[in-house]
Write a protein that binds this ligand. Structure first.
Ligand SMILES: C[S@@+](CC[C@H](N)C(=O)[O-])C[C@H]1O[C@@H](n2cnc3c(N)ncnc32)[C@H](O)[C@@H]1O
Length: 488
């Protein structure tokens, strides 16, 4: 490929060599000498980038247009397949013949056992099934009808589900969007041999006249792998499109569907037997309208929340939703936007914060308890007999999700404990002292405004401002800590 790029008007630095770093990642690029930050390592001219567009034949373009945008990778896959069927007549023949014969880590190619193991985490297994269904329908419908027709872009060669699956894997695992998000993705020969790291040493930039440059983003030592970041992607994305995952991936998350009843049930769960009359049970207009601002209520709602492993990055929308649902009345949230309510350093009040964090802990605990296998069982599975690669990846994926929930619970418990340790600076009226309207009176607690910790509240048994003695926040905090301990 190095020679092919040079012969076709591109450049490859003498610092670039092809390597085989390990069996998992496959081939890669390596620095054969030290490189300076900013040094251009590869320049790939526009005509050496495999994509579709103006040069694509009308027959192939008509087919590409039938692919829904959500399966963008399949559009490019069809162009790859046409180059493959052209054989030695294709300008990209060297590139095509150097592509891997498979990307076995991609769930599209899993055995039934591995697919079943992935089903423990439905947000991903549903996407896998959707992709498989579309691929088979397209191959058995549109593609199966082509051979023998004058508008067949593949010259009579039959493209079945497996062949389309291979091309789809090639595009999702190797394509770049160097021309902008709205433009078709492109395969970048040679550059696409760089493996992934969240701490990369190279970057790809648009160059002159549609060319693309691979540039050292820091000083690189001789023998270091040349690595790109494929993006701040979660493990679902990495597995689905690239066939690998990153243990302790800082961008990994657990997808949870927001539902008021679910959050309320999680709230009750986190308190175990300490439910009292201050429990969140109805949603008032001010709450509904703030939830709509977060796009968590209403007909256009996007209810997917991504929970992460630590409180600061947990999920601003989930935190905002919990704070909203735990607010006693409109005045408590006065002056706050839905966005501001998602900032973890800006609690509404210590009382509200403990309730909200407890609610999220309930959600995390509920999610964790819905996995059929425990975190420990998954660890044992991976430590035991050697699993087939696909099954091992499926178990690693769901184990990583469980670890995220367990770490989040741990973080929540620490934060709740921290709030509990705050000294009482002023006597506060218990919230069960209600006004004549039956609403809680917050004027005595004065937990309003942006920085509401003017009156830190001890949530210990004696001074619990939000429950009768014996039904205290501390009690509930113990329940959450007990959950965390039980999970670890
Ligand atoms: C753009 S290609 C990189 C070149 C590829 N290794 C090859 O042999 O041609 C992306 C593929 O490389 C592998 N890969 C890249 N980075 C990896 C990593 N950090 N861990 C495991 N596999 C990786 C995956 O199979 C992925 O689908």
């Amino acid at each position: 490929m190095v020679e092919w790029v040079r012969e076709n008007g591109g450049s490859v630095s003498d610092a670039v060599s092809i390597s085989y770093p390990n069996a998992v990642a496959g081939a890669g690029l390596q620095a054969s000498r030290a490189c300076k930050a900013g040094e251009r390592l590869v320049n790939l001219p526009a005509h050496c980038q495999l994509t579709y567009g103006e040069h694509t034949t009308p027959e192939l373009m008509r087919l590409i247009e039938k692919v829904p945008q959500e399966f963008w990778g399949a559009k490019l896959a069809l162009q790859i397949l046409q180059e493959r069927t052209l054989g030695t007549a294709s300008f990209f023949r060297h590139y095509i013949s150097n592509l891997p014969v498979a990307v076995p880590g991609i769930p599209l190619f899993y055995t039934q056992e591995a697919v079943k193991a992935l089903e423990e985490y439905p947000p991903l297994s549903q996407q896998v099934k959707k992709r498989c269904r579309w691929l088979l329908t397209f191959a058995e419908g549109e593609l199966a009808e082509l051979p023998g027709r004058p508008d067949d872009p593949f010259g009579g060669q039959r493209i079945d589900g497996n062949t389309l699956g291979w091309a789809l894997a090639m595009s999702t695992s190797r394509a770049f969007r160097v021309r902008g998000a709205e433009q078709p993705a492109a395969q970048l020969p040679l550059i696409d041999m760089c493996n992934h790291s969240f701490a990369p040493n190279c970057q790809v930039f648009p160059g002159k006249e549609g060319s693309v440059d691979l540039v050292a983003s820091r000083n690189i030592q001789a023998s270091e792998d040349l690595l790109l970041s494929y993006g701040n992607l979660d493990n679902d994305f990495l597995l689905l499109d690239y066939g690998f995952l990153v243990p302790s991936n800082p961008f990994d998350a657990v997808a949870v569907r927001f539902d008021v009843a679910f959050f309320q049930a999680a709230n009750a769960l986190s308190k175990q037997n300490t439910a009292n009359k201050d429990d969140v049970d109805t949603v008032e207009n001010f709450q509904e309208s703030l939830l709509s601002e977060l796009s968590l209520a209403g007909p256009e709602a996007d209810r997917e929340l991504m929970l992460r492993r630590s409180l600061p990055s947990c999920s601003p929308r989930a935190l905002a939703a919990a704070r909203i649902l735990c607010a006693g009345d409109e005045a408590e949230l006065a002056g706050r936007t839905a966005d501001a309510l998602g900032r973890w350093r800006d609690p509404v009040s210590p009382i509200n914060e403990v309730k909200a964090l407890r609610m999220i802990a309930g959600v995390a605990f509920f999610v964790l308890s819905r996995f059929p296998k425990t975190l420990e069982q998954d660890k044992q599975l991976l430590a035991g007999q050697s699993l087939p690669d696909d099954l091992s990846l499926a178990v690693q994926l769901r184990l990583a999700k469980k670890q995220i929930m367990a770490q989040l619970l741990h973080d929540l418990a620490s934060r709740i404990k921290e709030l509990a340790m705050q000294p009482v600076q002023q006597t506060v009226a218990p919230p069960h002292e209600r006004s004549s309207t039956g609403k809680r009176e917050y004027s005595t607690i004065a937990c309003r405004g942006r920085h509401d910790c003017r009156h830190p509240v001890n949530i210990g048994v004696r001074s619990s401002p939000w429950g009768r003695p014996g039904r205290s926040a501390l009690h509930s905090m113990y329940a959450v800590i007990a959950m965390v301990i039980a999970m670890q």
